[in-house]
Design a protein around this ligand. Structure first.
Ligand SMILES: Cc1cc2nc3c(=O)[nH]c(=O)nc-3n(C[C@H](O)[C@H](O)[C@H](O)COP(=O)(O)OP(=O)(O)OC[C@H]3O[C@@H](n4cnc5c(N)ncnc54)[C@H](O)[C@@H]3O)c2cc1C
Length: 302
């Protein structure tokens, strides 16, 4: 379903982000887990796109399989990195043929060990334009073409320290035709609320989803600090994790409790939707729903 229709249908959206498993055993266990995710009745799910190599094809395969086998609306992520305009056109064409409705358009990061981007498109805004232009080709079953989501950064993107300029770049993606903004993960809701207000002041009317990732291990926390550069870890969260650090289950409980409180507060503040970075594990997301006192997303739409 086109993102515009999803947003019209659901007053509150919950979406789950997955990554393509690297091997066959991983795919088997993923498709066991996906039933759990389905029970939570997300508005849509999304599948990440690798920095390069064979896993990129897995994104296409997983999106198609999720649609067929789990009956969930799956949105592929797509990045500019190491793609010519022709590559992008070919990828979009395959998604259109497979009946995929939406694309999360990203610039992507350079694969480790490389120093220059070899791509026809330099920024996500260029990719948004290309995806929009694809609609004119008449190759998508929906005359509107793909619904388009883009990324936003409540605590800033490391490459653009000037936050006013960064807001201009986000606005450029919206003006180019984005239907939805999905935020980078954050642990301090105040940062999200302030950024949401700044988006409004900049004239951005595109709906914004809040990105939430429950910390379940100390290693995971460290990895997130690396991947989501610029994201702040509140002292209260670090203290709680430190108190629990000798007990893996306790760390997970602390992380899930923190994420639950974030979600409760976001719901109280009328957030348009929550995008869960699931790391393919349903237990943490399921427990957050349980802690909120609901069995599916339907009950979160008051
Ligand atoms: C929800 C979400 C999902 C993600 N999924 C993936 C994924 O699947 N695969 C993956 O590889 N990465 C993924 N990422 C990470 C993302 O690719 C990186 O954060 C990347 O560095 C920026 O991508 P972007 O689309 O935000 O880029 P852009 O919007 O292009 O911004 C990148 C940087 O360039 C600056 N900029 C933009 N336009 C201009 C301009 N005209 N002139 C100068 N500077 C400019 C911006 O301010 C920013 O600092 C995801 C991030 C989020 C938040």
């Amino acid at each position: 379903m086109h993102l515009v229709d999803v947003l019209a249908r659901d007053s509150f959206t919950a979406s789950f982000e997955f990554f393509p498993p690297k091997n066959e055993a991983g795919w088997d266990s993923f498709f066991t887990t996906i039933t759990d995710f389905g029970k939570l009745r997300p508005s849509f799910v999304s599948v990440t796109y690798g920095a390069g190599g064979s896993t990129r094809q897995f994104t296409h395969d997983l999106v198609v399989r999720i649609g067929k086998e789990a009956g969930l609306d799956a949105m592929p992520h797509l990045t500019c990195v190491n793609h010519s305009a022709q590559d992008i056109d070919r990828i979009l064409s395959r998604y259109a043929e497979a009946g995929v409705s939406n694309i999360l358009a990203l610039r992507g990061d350079l694969p480790s060990g490389t120093t220059a981007l070899t791509s026809d498109y330099s920024y996500a805004s260029d990719l948004v334009q290309a995806v929009r232009a694809f609609a004119q080709s008449g190759r998508h079953p929906d005359p509107r073409g793909f619904g388009i989501a883009v990324a936003g950064y409540p605590e800033g993107h490391p490459q653009t320290p000037n936050t006013l300029v960064q807001m201009d770049h986000l606005k450029a993606k919206c003006d180019a035709g984005a239907d939805l903004i999905i935020s980078q993960l954050f642990f301090d809701n105040h940062a999200f609320y302030d950024w949401r207000e700044r988006c409004e002041l900049a004239g951005i009317k595109t709906p914004i989803l809040a990105g939430i990732m429950p910390i379940t291990t100390v290693t995971g926390l460290k990895r997130m600090a690396e991947l989501a550069g610029g994201t702040k870890f509140p002292a209260a969260l670090l203290r709680a994790v430190r108190r629990a650090q000798d007990d893996a289950d306790a760390v997970s409980r602390v992380g899930i409790h923190w994420a639950t409180e974030q979600c409760r507060d976001l719901l109280d503040h009328g957030v348009r939707g929550i995008h869960f970075y699931t790391l393919n594990r349903s237990d943490a997301t399921r427990k957050i729903y349980e802690n909120l006192g609901v069995s599916s997303t339907d009950a979160l739409r008051l």
